[in-house]
Design a protein around this ligand. Structure first.
Ligand code: ATP
Length: 354
């Protein structure tokens, strides 16, 4: 077997339902052992990507490969049970009349493994998800997080090449989601499986994924490491979807030094980072600047004027919403309280020109 046995490759995948194009020519490589989050708003086609990967649907065009094995194209289709993939749904899908141990061991029994071998694998899987004490419990008495851990353990014992997770945390409360994120990271480390993780929660995607594939309307808009998505969003949509941002219209100055460029907003000069594409653009071209709230400094003397529209206390700081005279919304953080309708000025030290 080659080293990239569980690499998932999507080549120009399209899929429509009833005349509606749900996936439009998607190409993506998920490296062996990588965890990719498919992130996007409701209805953008994330679950359809997952179902095509699992083999529950067939693509209209294009092909899907696992390593060198063709899983699906217009003529060929490997059945879901022959793909060696684990699937974890938000609804857990546990058998209610079996104990935790029986649920987890079930796939091994089907494979007719010897009992002593099953016991060892079961012990390791339950230990990984911290459920050894619940081996004899029935799912009904477990919390949502514990049930999801049973589903993970069941997936782990199958030693899948790839694990597909469809919004696995969306039924859990905020605290449990955070705890479960750690469980997922351990699970990923232990299983070394290639993972495709569907979510519409950007914080979850940032915390878990090696790379995030941002989807809108059946297309991949940007696929990057979380840090790069945040620092260098390709489009305004991505900038608004990942983290908080203010989008300001600016005009390019001539002066350009590698990644940095001067820009003008309302007659004032600021310095920004720029993509290679922007670096080639001439002076006076209008661009959109993405400015993150932590890079904005409120000031009473210098900078661009704006009016405070709201200010909310967040414990460690205030989140302040501002409006510029042309209606542009700006989000900033402040250590000090500011009042709604107060007139302030702001500057920024870091921005990204798109
Ligand atoms: P959500 O986060 O809400 O689950 P999603 O990004 O996962 O959304 P999909 O479930 O992939 O989106 O659905 C994309 C579109 O395709 C939706 O408009 C949905 O109604 C439609 N769709 C998905 N499966 C089918 C199907 N089997 N038959 C008809 N339409 C479908």
């Amino acid at each position: 077997m080659g080293a990239d046995v569980a690499k998932l490759s999507y080549r120009d995948i399209s899929k429509s339902f009833g005349g509606t194009d749900v996936l439009k020519s998607i190409s993506l490589d998920v490296e062996d052992g990588e965890m990719i989050a498919l992130l996007g708003p409701s209805g953008c086609g994330k679950t359809t990507m997952l179902r095509l990967t699992a083999g529950f649907e067939r693509p209209d065009c294009g092909s899907i490969l696992k390593g060198n094995t063709l899983l699906s194209d217009q003529r060929n289709h490997v059945a879901p049970e022959n793909r060696n993939m684990g699937i974890v749904f938000q609804s857990y899908a546990l058998w209610p009349n079996m104990t935790v141990a029986e649920n987890v061991a079930y796939p091994l029994k089907i494979r007719k493994l010897p009992e002593d071998q099953i016991d060892i694998i079961l012990f390791n899987a339950l230990e990984t998800v911290s459920l050894l004490d619940f081996a004899e419990a029935e799912p009904a008495i477990l919390s949502g997080g514990q049930r999801q851990r049973v589903a993970l353990a069941r997936c782990l014992v199958m030693e899948p090449d790839a694990v597909l997770l469809d919004e696995p945390l969306s039924n859990l409360d905020a605290h449990l989601r955070e705890v479960m994120q750690r469980t997922f990271l351990q699970f990923h480390e232990q299983s070394k499986a290639t993972m495709l993780y569907v979510t519409h929660d950007q914080a979850e995607a940032m915390a878990l994924a090696d790379r995030i594939a941002v989807m809108f309307d059946g297309q991949l808009e940007q696929v990057d490491r979380p840090q790069d998505l945040y620092r260098k969003p390709k489009t305004e949509r991505v900038a608004r979807f990942i983290g908080q941002s203010s989008i300001l219209t600016a005009y390019l100055e001539r002066k350009s030094e590698g990644e940095r460029r001067d820009v003008v907003i309302n007659g004032q000069v600021f310095s920004t980072r720029q993509s290679n594409e922007i670096a080639l653009m001439p002076e006076a071209t209008p661009v959109s600047l993405c400015v993150r709230p932590e890079h904005i400094r409120l000031d009473h003397q210098n900078g661009l004027p704006a009016r405070v529209t709201s200010s909310s206390y967040q414990g460690e700081r205030y989140r302040v919403a501002l409006e510029m005279s042309d209606g542009t919304d700006v989000v900033a953080y402040s250590e000090h309280k500011v009042k709604p309708d107060e007139l302030v000025r702001f500057t920024f030290e870091n921005a990204w020109a798109m």
